[in-house]
Design a protein around this ligand. Structure first.
Ligand SMILES: Cc1cc2nc3c(=O)[nH]c(=O)nc-3n(C[C@H](O)[C@H](O)[C@H](O)COP(=O)(O)O)c2cc1C
Length: 249
């Protein structure tokens, strides 16, 4: 049995993003418990700040988060998200690409819900992260065509746009799977492409069950393991370059 947490970030319930997230929820119910965090519907507050902790004086977010975990005084919304993440075996993120990255709402969830002292610590990160053994899948959509956000596309490589988000999850210990991206999703399709677009979207939603069923065979989105770095955290000569984000100088 797999416990799946589906996190979605879109302000419109009738959006493709939410339709796709619902397809994930429906499919995931077939193999275990499902938890959801529909960030806009929850009114999740994405802006980390002192007042949320009743903190006075200089606000050092990492310290304040860690102290709140130790004292059992995390803000209730964060305690709930941490509990969901701890219970989950699989995290699925659903969102549209907005300005070459995740919407601020999802970035804010990353900033706040991946609590220091609970889901990562100075000595517990990457291969030692508390989320070791959990898998994460990014499901995102773009308005642009696949070619435009390929490695040589004018919008920039989508894998690079998604890298910081994936790396935040890796930092906590998650195994991040190859992302699933649907392109050319926007409301400007006109006949005759509009019908083909609707059929394509229907196919994505219908296929989500098979996609989740096949996660065991889905490639991991590789990043360098600890052994590829020296004592200062620099890529060792001869270690493979798996992303332009981490490369030889
Ligand atoms: C504020 C904003 C910024 C956007 N930036 C991008 C972008 O950088 N790249 C892209 O391909 N599409 C961009 N889009 C288009 C959305 O990604 C696209 O419309 C969305 O994935 C469609 O899914 P939805 O129906 O769930 O909104 C942007 C849309 C908005 C509203």
């Amino acid at each position: 049995m797999t416990n799946t947490l589906v996190v979605s970030a879109h302000p419109e319930p009738k959006s493709f993003t939410h339709a796709w997230a619902r397809a994930t929820v429906d499919a995931a119910r077939g193999f275990g418990e499902v938890q959801t965090s529909d960030l806009y519907a929850m009114g999740f507050d994405p802006a980390e700040r002192a007042e949320l902790y009743g903190h006075e004086g200089r606000f050092d977010p990492l310290r304040v988060q860690e102290e709140a975990v130790a004292a059992g005084s995390l803000p209730a919304d964060l305690a709930a998200e941490v509990a969901k993440i701890r219970a989950a075996d699989l995290l699925v993120l659903h969102f549209p690409i907005w300005w070459f990255g995740a919407p601020a709402m999802l970035k804010g969830w990353i900033d706040r819900a991946l609590v220091h002292g609970a889901l990562h610590l100075v000595e517990e990160r990457f291969e030692k992260g508390p989320c070791i053994g959990k898998r994460a899948l990014i499901c995102c959509s773009t308005g642009c065509r696949a070619a435009e956000c390929g490695p040589d596309g004018r919008e920039g490589d989508l894998r690079l746009q998604l890298w910081p988000l994936a790396h935040a999850l890796r930092y906590c210990g998650f195994t991040v799977l190859a992302p699933e991206c649907v392109h050319e999703v926007h409301g400007y399709h006109e006949a005759p492409t509009r019908d083909a677009f609707a059929a394509r979207i229907a196919g994505v939603l219908d296929g989500q069950g098979a996609l989740l069923d096949g996660l065991g065979d889905r490639p991991v989105w590789a990043s360098n393991p600890a052994g590829d770095f020296d004592a200062l955290g620099r890529l060792l000569p001869g270690a493979p370059v798996l992303s332009p984000f981490i490369r030889h100088p």
